[in-house]
Design a protein around this ligand. Structure first.
Ligand code: LLP
Length: 426
């Protein structure tokens, strides 16, 4: 459910015409609906009303500080994976005691930064990381709060690039060695064990892999308890999927229901959840303008002004995003066409052979459900300035990230003196 809809053939975001934003802010532009973000957060929170978990929004899904701040204002914490994400969450006003830090490659500098900021816990992903956290904490004279990210070896049945809880994946510590990892951590003077963590993958439409993993974690927790290691926080990650096309993604109510009934009577600490996509995915669209059309005799192309640098999901995962004309003509013939961007790669496409109306140059199209892993995965490839980001709130809209300008592209670059710059225009 989201607040993008047609009114008299014109696409609206809440009370604002999408065309108005595109004309004023330019294209390509990401547009997020505040009402949709709020609604998704509330639905998710309400689904877990029994367990009252700590919801740590997974910042990587959409890292704009306005989006983070909006969730923060609703009580959310954050799941981070880098020092940069910690910086963003601080700017957005997230309480440090609601921040959990995952990731297989935390650097010493990032670990120290997180310790200085007194975050809730580190989700540790290797034995070597335990050592580094221990010495960083020793240097700062603090005890680092730690949970071990356990790899439960469960197939989440999702795209292989976003499956994380299988033994062959780089994430977490193999469940068979988890007890050893906890024992090692317990022996460290500057480490305080407080939790257990898992995250098995993303865009999960079915809850059963989560339940299977959870059962393994509960069994492990019991064994830890017998060894005197008590777990206060159980972080079960994120991963709940959304509907992009015809997937039947589990509703948060069902997700919560199955998790709560699995935990019932077996865990009385604090549950932590790290939802990303389910909160932001359907709350964002990418609006792009048609630059050219062409027909090579056997195929028709629609070339738009957004490229794979703006939205990489179709190229990278073969992901499907619905494409809608911003102005729906009363009668329009559907024709199969490829929707492609301006980048010099054949992989730069948004759709292949999609049945769409024949649009004119300058017409606008909306790529739907790009609020998660859209802008946050964008780049400057082909030296393209990154898109603007806008949030709509009722009948108002706000630019929450300015479109980049050419000078942003060369920020930090310099030509060393041994190279003689020839043109006077430089
Ligand atoms: N927690 C951890 C430790 C994660 O690694 C992730 C996502 C999440 C939570 C949030 O997962 P979500 O609720 O959003 O599924 N770029 C890919 C998705 C990568 C997910 C990475 N980790 C995509 O565009 O589909």
């Amino acid at each position: 459910m989201h607040f993008f809809e047609y009114r008299n053939g014109e696409l609206y975001c809440e009370e604002v015409r999408v065309k108005t934003i595109a004309d004023e802010a330019g294209t390509p532009v990401y547009i997020y609906s505040a009402r949709t973000l709020q609604r998704h957060y509330n639905v998710f929170k309400k689904a877990f009303a029994k367990t009252k978990p700590l919801i740590c929004y997974s910042v990587k899904a959409n890292s704009n500080i306005a989006v983070i701040a909006l969730f923060s204002s609703m009580g959310s914490g954050a799941d981070i994976v880098s020092g940069g994400e910690l910086f963003r969450t601080k700017k957005a006003g997230i309480d440090s005691k609601k921040i959990v830090y995952s990731g297989v490659g935390k650097t010493l500098r990032e670990i120290s930064y997180a310790l200085e900021n007194d975050i809730l816990m580190f989700n540790v992903e290797s034995i070597e990381e335990i050592d580094v956290i221990n010495s960083a904490a020793g240097r700062l004279g603090v005890k680092a709060p730690v949970s071990i990210r356990v790899n439960p070896d469960i197939d989440p049945f999702t795209h292989p690039y976003i499956s994380t809880g299988l033994k062959k994946n780089k994430f977490g510590i193999d469940i068979r060695y988890a007890i050893d990892a906890y024992s090692i951590a317990r022996a460290k003077p500057n480490i305080r064990i407080i939790g257990i963590d898992m995250h098995i993958g993303s865009q999960l439409t079915d809850v059963s892999p989560v339940v299977s993993a959870l059962k393994k974690i509960l069994k492990l927790m019991k064994e830890l308890g017998q060894r005197g290691i008590n777990i206060k926080y159980m972080d079960i990650g994120g991963g709940l999927g959304i509907t992009y096309k015809d997937e039947k993604a589990a509703h948060p109510e069902r997700y919560a229901g199955e998790i709560e009934s699995t935990l019932k009577g077996s865990f009385d600490g604090t549950l932590i959840l790290e939802p990303g996509r389910v909160l932001v995915g359907n709350a964002g669209i990418l609006v792009s303008r048609v630059l050219y059309r062409k027909d090579n005799g056997s195929k028709r192309f629609m070339i738009v002004d957004a490229g794979m640098n703006d939205l990489i999901r179709p190229s990278f995962y073969g992901a499907y995003h619905e494409i809608l004309p911003v102005h729906k003509a009363a009668q329009s013939r559907l024709v199969k066409q490829d929707v492609v961007g301006p980048i010099c790669e054949s992989g730069d496409f948004f759709a292949h052979g999609r049945s769409l109306p024949v649009l004119e140059r300058e017409d606008l199209v909306a790529l739907m459900s790009v609020g998660a892993y859209g802008f946050s995965m964008s780049s400057n490839y082909n030296s393209r300035t990154r898109a603007a980001e806008v949030i709509v709130n009722g009948s108002d809209y706000f630019i929450v990230r300015k479109r980049e300008i050419n000078n942003d592209l060369i920020k930090g670059e310099q030509i060393p003196s041994f190279i003689k710059v020839r043109s006077k225009n430089a």
